[in-house]
Design a protein around this ligand. Sequence first.
Ligand code: AMP
Ligand code: GLY
Length: 461
Amino acid sequence: MKVLVVGQGGREHALCWKLKQSPLVSQIFCAPGNAGTAMEGTNVDIKATDTVRLAKFAQTEKIGLAIIGPEAALVAGVTDALEAVGVPVFGPSKAASELEGSKVFMKELMRQHAIPSADFTVFENFEAAMAYVEDREQVRLVVKADGLCAGKGVVVCDNKDQALEAIRRIMRLREFGDAGKRVIIEERLDGQEASILAFVDGNTIIPLETAQDHKAARDGDRGPNTGGMGAYSPAPLITRELLDQIVAQILIPTVHAMKRSKRPFRGVLYAGLMITTQGPKVLEFNARFGDPEAQPILMRLKSDLAAVLLAAATGKLESVDDLEWDPRPAVCVVMAAEGYPGEYPKGHEIRGLEEAAKLPDVKVFHAGTETRAGKTVTNGGRVLGVTALGDSIANAKYKAYQGVKCIRWEGSWCRKDISDKAREEAVKLQQTGQKPQDPNAEPAPPDVSLKERIDRLDDRK
Ligand code: AMP
Ligand code: GLY
């Protein structure tokens, strides 16, 4: 089977790398890809959002499975375009991608179906939004632009002035363009953040091993938000009991709600959560693998990724065997270009990749890279995701940074504390008498009998 991966980041390199290990896969194409995906397969010079050319290419090449990485491609309707020419696609339709593409859609769906989330109000009018904040006593608020803003359209506010300023920037100055036509003002939640990702085929849910990213640019979670400066898997915060609760209270009702609203969700459902004293609450949904969360998760996956994604794309996830995981934790450290997440230069030659490739249990996933005149050069803000497996989180971290040490280019930098949060979480859980997820224990098998439960919910209505 020929597969087409759409996108060009670290997530897409990890997908290509993992798909290449499948006996089902004869050839891998990546559109547009990067220097890393070119090592796993063939890059195709088509933009990830170019629905017309992607459909034509997939049809001509008789692609047996397409996997869509980035949210912009999903929201542009790449899934619909490829399905229209008969290609099985792993990734939600344009309508189902609204779950990530419109925060207003997502929040209203959750309210309607009693899925736990922060209380909120939607505003289409600038003055009304300003007046709402002015009149409130409680000012620990979060202001969010409705549409896609590459993770930057959310402002967590400590006081009234910050909230007013955020509304001004989003609605008046239109810093995020049309994404700021509407804003959501919501209650600010306290707790620890965690992400849960699951494969979904519209009916059946298979939760993946847990992961957590580091969104802030600087050590100690300081500095501006980025797409993610690193990630680790598993996240000790998510105990088996908590995962069951998340599946029952959040994932099942969401997949069911999407089905009921005639937008069946197929792909990766990614729930960004705040674990509050009242239980897990949804901060956001993404309609795809996280980047860089995909890198450590896929490094730990032992099952045949192509077989699972094809089953999900064709509504047959129920028949898939339990996923097999490497019990060892994985850590991914993102190496970025000078200036990121602001402006950054491109075209710097990257050295030391061969040296890093020799390290055992280390894989360097490319993100913002390209090949120019036989050399690998920088071509984005997040340039590489150096990922390692280790016997413990600390050991995986050590190995990942060994990889980082081999690599250099002008202005390269990374956070030095990736995964430290995991160890802090584990210690805290132990102090409160809870048992953190043991990274060295075999994970419990995922619940593949969930289809039945979703169907039963349907019957009740
Ligand atoms: P989002 O893109 O909606 O996940 O928001 C990005 C980040 O903003 C999250 O990872 C949280 O750190 C923070 N955030 C979003 N919503 C809330 C909320 N209601 N309360 C506290 N923090 C939030
Ligand atoms: N790492 C967060 C995201 O992919 O949205």
